[in-house]
Design a protein around this ligand. Structure first.
Ligand SMILES: NC(=O)C1=CN([C@@H]2O[C@H](COP(=O)(O)OP(=O)(O)OC[C@H]3O[C@@H](n4cnc5c(N)ncnc54)[C@H](OP(=O)(O)O)[C@@H]3O)[C@@H](O)[C@H]2O)C=CC1
Ligand SMILES: CCCCCC(=O)/C=C/[C@@H]1[C@@H](C/C=C\CCCC(=O)O)[C@@H](O)C[C@H]1O
Length: 327
């Protein structure tokens, strides 16, 4: 039997390109050793961090990432046939494990689809929950949110609404705008490709906003910090996708003056810091899902062979909600 894997053959330079990632086959043994299980990918995640994080690796290597996998052969009593697990086994269709790297779903999913464990009830959802938590949102606060129709942003905006926050959201297409406005109920939604985002924020909040959740970085970060936060304003710096494909780093030192003079609180987040608290957050968010208070969308790419296209899609705004691949 053969498995497939996507191999990062060289470092990305600028936009990810076809020559950077190769689909390869590998042999799987006919027999397992005692204690081993053979797993088959069910759903695989593609995430923006994969682009900058790859710089810390030495190609060639199997592309890293999380997947939901099913046990299809077993010689390990802890993992009977059909067991479903979460694992950081990378972009592989099949793999063999001794069980130490396999995690069961850590909370009661109920009727919620399993694939949500890679999105709202997985790493991106935890990022939204704890990243918003850092802002200590209060009723009536105004929140500036970019990447608002993505895996993280769509949940940040909805949780903020549950807290009574006024959400000023920015997305990159009219389909995303309609979803955020009509289904998610964000207060103000704009396609940043059609408006000047800074002028737009100024019109809605001429006296500034209390909160900023930054998924995009770059000019957004500097413009919002310099022009659109009130005294004691707070920002969660979650991501900087605008810069992930840059070939050189850009620096904007002037922003520091605003941070100190307005006494802003700006905090980065690495969601894994909160990992022990994830199950509690997932239980709470799953209840919101069951109650219809939290809406979830996925952009599902069909087939393991489409992993690379799904990954590229993140950098051209193809996905609404969480991008996943159904193997
Ligand atoms: N700190 C942490 O622990 C974590 C951070 N993150 C970060 O959160 C952010 C969102 O992640 P996630 O929700 O998974 O991804 P998304 O689902 O939001 O997908 C990426 C989206 O980013 C937008 N985008 C892509 N390129 C650009 C660009 N050049 N300028 C502006 N927007 C762009 C596109 O939306 P549009 O069409 O609206 O432009 C695209 O659909 C990322 O920066 C990611 O790295 C994610 C998880 C954990
Ligand atoms: C590498 C740039 C990360 C950009 C933001 C992001 O998307 C983070 C996602 C994390 C990801 C972080 C990976 C490496 C950061 C190492 C920082 C450190 O701990 O020193 C991974 O942890 C999954 C997402 O939580």
């Amino acid at each position: 039997m053969k498995g497939k894997q996507w191999v990062l053959v060289k470092h990305f330079e600028g936009e990810p390109k076809d020559e950077d990632l190769q689909l390869q086959e590998f042999d799987l043994p006919d027999e397992l050793n005692d204690g081993e299980v053979l797993l088959e990918a069910v759903y695989l995640s593609v995430d923006p961090y994969m682009r900058p994080y790859s710089k810390t690796k030495n190609p060639p290597l199997t592309m890293f990432g999380e997947q939901i996998a099913k046990v299809i052969k077993t010689k390990n009593g802890e993992f009977p046939l059909g067991t479903v697990v979460l694992t950081m086994s990378g972009w592989r269709s099949h793999f063999i494990s001794k069980g130490q790297d396999l995690r069961p779903v850590s909370f009661d999913l109920g009727n919620t689809p399993l694939s949500y464990c890679l999105g709202t009830l997985g790493m991106p959802g935890a990022t939204a929950y704890f990243g918003l938590g850092l802002l200590q949102p209060k009723k009536g606060d105004k929140l500036i949110l970019n990447g608002a129709a993505g895996a993280v942003g769509s949940i940040v905006g909805q949780l903020a609404k549950i807290h009574g926050v006024e959400v000023i959201a920015f997305v990159g297409s009219d389909d995303k705008l309609n979803w955020c406005k009509n289904e998610l109920g964000f207060d103000h939604v704009f396609n940043y490709k059609n408006v000047n985002f800074s002028e737009t924020i100024k019109k809605i909040a001429p006296d500034g906003c209390e909160l900023f959740f930054d998924n995009v970085g770059g000019d957004w970060y500097h413009s919002v910090i310099n022009k659109h936060l009130k005294r004691y304003g707070k920002a969660t710096i979650c991501g900087s996708i605008e810069n992930y494909n840059d070939k050189t780093e850009k620096l904007y030192p002037a922003t520091n003056y605003k941070i100190l003079s307005l006494e802003l609180k700006i905090q980065g987040i690495i969601v894994n810091t909160f990992i022990k608290e994830w199950p509690k957050a997932f239980t709470e968010m799953n209840q919101y899902i069951q109650d219809g208070k939290l809406k979830v969308k996925e952009t599902v790419y069909d087939g393991f062979d489409n992993m690379r296209s799904a990954f590229y899609g993140l950098f051209i705004g193809e996905n609404i909600g969480k991008a996943i691949v159904k193997a």
